[in-house]
Design a protein around this ligand. Structure first.
Ligand code: MG
Length: 371
């Protein structure tokens, strides 16, 4: 760090080498923005994409990184790279295997793919502890909590995750006939389609309770959710003495991505800072449990334990895909998830293989019986 005019300006100790899995998606492109803004601090060494070959190769040329494209591109990018941090920003279940590979190689994991901890929280957390690597949150809420806890782990009372409420916060009352286009029209955040639909059902927030439980080792009954449509306060930590700390910034994922890559240092912002007077009022309210049953389903899966959270996420991934393809309606998404949890023959979730098997069985059941 260096000091100018009494203000500490962020500098890293050397360049961090970064692998980006899902480089052409929303988070991947934002991460490349961060690296582009800080060429002395970060170096992209490998980029992977599932399908977008042209974009991935073009970014790879720009950054002097290796490009990996195709079905197993993420795992190959990890295997064939030497990096300090692996940013996992693939979609859903597909993030688990490359995350485990990165941990085994001793890379810190900057985790954007929340399903990795939602589905495989126990095996992934244990592997990271055993290998002595960090799992750094990229999700804005968890980044907020991580930043609020930066002063050390003082006696905690609870965590509060903020939720934008998605596009259907204030209507329509009956969500059964909303369209894919409406569900993809998020009022605040520009994100990939899966997380945008999850935000519309509020399953995203259910997943984030699970994510927080694993990242911060706080039981789910101490993780509250509050709707905050302005998406300025990204989450809060309440300590035992009743003091609550919050992290505020504009709704731009680059803030959280940059902190995951730079922490514990802070680098100059990629874009304009928060203007509180322009933001005006910040409002908070309780989520509606009737219109958004996914929050309840997530809490039920957490209480059931074992592979129930893996089934929750696998059924949701299937249902969101089926909704986007026009095979089921919006209100069928929570129905498919609830149906899967009711039929669950629960098993201990002690390995990645157990997670994949529970997910495979849930999806197979939904394909044959739900449609
Ligand atoms: Mg989030």
């Amino acid at each position: 760090m260096s000091t100018e005019c009494g203000i500490i300006t962020g500098r890293m100790n050397g360049r961090k080498r970064i692998v980006i899995l899902g480089a052409t998606g929303s988070i991947g492109r934002s991460a490349l923005d961060v690296i582009r803004a800080h060429p002395d601090d970060f170096e992209a060494v490998a980029l992977s994409a599932h399908r977008s070959r042209e974009a991935c190769e073009s970014f790879a040329r720009e950054f002097g990184a290796k490009a990996f494209v195709g079905e197993d591109a993420a795992s190959r990018a990890v295997e064939e790279s030497d990096a300090d941090i692996c940013l996992v920003a693939t979609v859903g279940l597909s993030g688990i295997a490359p995350t485990m590979a990165a941990i085994e190689k001793g890379m810190d994991v900057a985790l954007a793919t929340k399903e990795v901890l939602v589905m495989a929280g126990a095996p992934v957390t244990h592997a990271a502890q055993a290998r002595g690597v960090r799992i750094l949150p990229v999700d804005s809420e968890h980044s907020a909590i991580f930043q609020c806890l930066a002063g050390g782990r003082q006696p905690l009372d609870s965590l509060t995750l903020t939720a934008s409420g998605g596009p259907f916060l204030d209507g329509p009352e009956d969500l059964s006939s909303v369209t894919v286009e409406q569900a993809l029209n998020h009022p605040r955040w520009k994100m990939g389609p899966k997380v945008t639909i999850d935000s519309a059902t509020m399953m995203n927030k259910g997943f984030e309770i699970l994510e927080a439980r694993w990242l911060f080792d706080v039981p789910a009954d101490r993780i509250d959710v509050v709707v905050h449509p302005e998406s300025i306060v990204h989450s809060l930590v309440t300590f035992a003495d009743g003091a609550t700390l919050a992290q505020l910034s504009p709704p731009d994922m680059r803030v959280a991505i940059q902190y995951a890559l730079s922490c514990p240092e802070r680098l100059p912002a990629v874009r304009a800072r928060l203007d509180l007077a322009a933001a005006g009022a910040l409002t908070f309210r309780r989520p509606d449990p009737v219109r958004f049953p996914c929050l309840r389903l997530a809490r039920e899966a957490i209480a059931a334990g074992g592979c129930a959270p893996a089934v929750l996420a696998a059924a949701d991934e299937w249902a969101v895909g089926a909704f986007v393809q026009g095979r089921i309606g919006f209100a069928d998404i929570p129905r498919a998830v609830e149906n899967s949890l009711e039929k669950l023959d629960n098993a201990p979730c002690d390995s990645v293989e157990a997670v994949f098997e529970a997910a495979r069985r849930a999806v197979e059941r939904l394909e044959t019986r739900f449609c």
